[in-house]
Design a protein around this ligand. Structure first.
Ligand SMILES: Cc1cc2nc3c(=O)[nH]c(=O)nc-3n(C[C@H](O)[C@H](O)[C@H](O)COP(=O)(O)OP(=O)(O)OC[C@H]3O[C@@H](n4cnc5c(N)ncnc54)[C@H](O)[C@@H]3O)c2cc1C
Length: 474
């Protein structure tokens, strides 16, 4: 018998006993059935059964747990709602999961400063509801709002449909508390809007996917709540017309544009004609479809959108359009766009890309992607839908189900992306699924700096050891 394996098993058992003592009976799960539930996120990647699931109830618990994990050199995977789509919350072999599920709740709402302080495990929707009840708004919004947590949205710098108006999560966090790998607590939970006193350390944790620290609490910037909005769907000749519409919409509506979402005909036709997910609200074939939502202070906004449509029509930028007249009609228009979260079963084996390029390059990049995919015999179809104003496209590429085909498709798209100087992920994060492609959008110097920060903040490499970097990199 290998004595190293026996020693590792003994150390692991000692670590779990020490963690159980530090966290109490509710704070640790080690039953296999319980642990299996925490192995994976929603990326489709299967994680390994964690050695134990840590369920700290406070920042102090997190601190104690990480100090013990450091002492025993046990990997720790921070976990929120496990809605991640990049495998970042999947457990690797021999690691423990640290779930924030017992650290949930809104601590304070400050109406004057327009801030909300929440514990990391609070679901995004609970934060949105609490803000709404105070007459304010937390504008980060994603489809997984019911389960995704504040800690998870911060760790992944979540985007969503309102980025054009209020930015990514990064732009909506004022203060942060995080625990480092050795258990030390870095806390800056003030509401100071202007702070030039050196490095903005919270930004290091935002988007770091649990590799630099465990987020335990955050102060979020709230916005004024505007209850009404007007929604229109436009059919256009092509993506270039959509960009012209974006420029015109910005001129006319400024920061009142709540959403500006685009659908290519491949996506539209598939969702409306080959699935039962949505019914086409506009007839005929068009080269592009745009969903525009504008904040409405008054009833005139519907008329404003109608006038906007008439002007664009005269210029040949739009071919057809429909304006939602009721909540039910708004939901029907949104259902076409939101069906992207449900096409998985209907579309068969596919790679789900989450590409970011300059907004002005998005149309040309998608044309180039179509062209390169047409040369691959095992690429069986593509659907394109995304956030036009942010230059972010969700590209779903069907293939024959073999790993060789998947590799070929990924190499083709990420190879193209390198030429366009884009980002391999605009929203979902690198996680475990995209770590091997990180070098396609980050220079060797950038990667060296990122690895240096990781080594400084987590010298033993215990925090989310399989995410973001390739294992041999750290
Ligand atoms: C239907 C659906 C729609 C989605 N839509 C969008 C979208 O529009 N835009 C978008 O950006 N994403 C979207 N996502 C992806 C996902 O919801 C987000 O990435 C979300 O931010 C993850 O939050 P979570 O709490 O579930 O985190 P998890 O999945 O649990 O974890 C995600 C990552 O964050 C780390 N992490 C979690 N909590 C902490 C913490 N407290 N401290 C440190 N690290 C932590 C994990 O280690 C992991 O690396 C969608 C997912 C689904 C299923």
């Amino acid at each position: 018998m290998d004595t190293t394996v026996i020693q590792q098993d003994i150390a692991q058992a000692d670590a779990v006993n020490a963690l159980a003592e530090a966290l109490g009976p509710k704070g640790l799960l080690r039953d296999h059935g319980d642990c299996d539930r925490y192995a994976s996120d929603q990326s489709g990647l299967l994680g390994d059964r964690p050695v134990a699931v840590l369920r700290p109830a406070s920042t102090e618990d997190v601190s104690r747990a990480l100090a013990i994990c450091s002492q025993y050199r046990i990997g720790v995977v921070p976990q929120g709602g496990r809605t991640g789509l990049s495998g970042g919350a999947c457990s690797p072999q021999g690691a423990v999961v640290l779930s924030t599920e017992r650290m949930s709740g809104v601590v304070e709402i400050d109406r004057e400063a327009m801030t909300l302080t929440a514990l990391a495990g609070t679901p995004l929707e609970a934060v949105q509801d609490a803000a709404r009840a105070a007459g304010l708004d937390y504008p980060v919004d994603i489809g997984a709002r019911g389960s995704a947590t504040i800690g998870g949205t911060i760790a992944t710098n979540a985007g969503g449909i309102r980025v054009l108006q209020h930015g990514m999560t990064r732009a909506n966090v004022l203060g942060l508390e995080a625990v480092l790998a050795d258990g030390s607590v870095v806390s800056r939970l003030g509401k100071t809007v202007k702070d030039n006193s050196g490095f903005d350390l919270k930004q290091l944790f935002i988007g770091s996917e649990g590799t630099l620290g465990v987020v335990t609490k955050a102060v979020l910037q709230l916005r004024r709540h505007v209850p009404q909005s007007a929604l229109a769907l436009f059919a256009l000749p092509n993506h270039a017309a959509a960009l012209a519409c974006l420029a015109a919409a910005r001129q006319r509506f400024g920061t009142r544009i709540r959403a500006f979402e685009g659908m290519w005909p491949d996506y539209w036709d598939f969702v409306c004609h080959e699935t039962s997910l949505a019914t086409a609200p506009i007839a005929g074939r068009h080269g592009f479809y745009l969903l525009i939502e504008v904040e409405a202070e008054a009833a005139e906004t519907n008329e404003e959108l109608e006038m906007f449509f008439a002007e664009l029509f005269e210029q040949g930028l739009v071919e057809d359009g429909v304006l939602a007249k009721s909540l039910a009609e708004m939901q029907a228009l949104w259902s076409v766009r939101e069906a992207v979260g449900e096409v998985d079963d209907d579309f068969g084996h596919h790679v789900n890309f989450d590409i970011g390029v300059s907004p002005s390059d998005l149309g040309a990049f998608c044309d180039a992607a179509d062209a390169v995919l047409a040369t691959l015999p095992d690429a069986l179809g593509v659907l394109k839908v995304g956030h036009v104003g942010d230059g972010n496209v969700h590209l779903l590429v069907a293939h024959n189900g073999s790993s060789a085909a998947e590799d070929q498709v990924e190499a083709a798209i990420y190879g193209l992306l390198r030429e366009w100087q884009g980002a391999v992920t605009a929203e979902h994060g690198v996680g475990r699924i995209k770590s091997r492609w990180l070098g396609h959008c980050r220079s060797p110097e950038e990667l060296a700096l990122m690895r240096g920060l990781k080594a400084q903040m987590d010298p033993l490499g215990i925090l989310n050891p399989s995410a973001l970097f390739m294992p041999e990199d750290i």
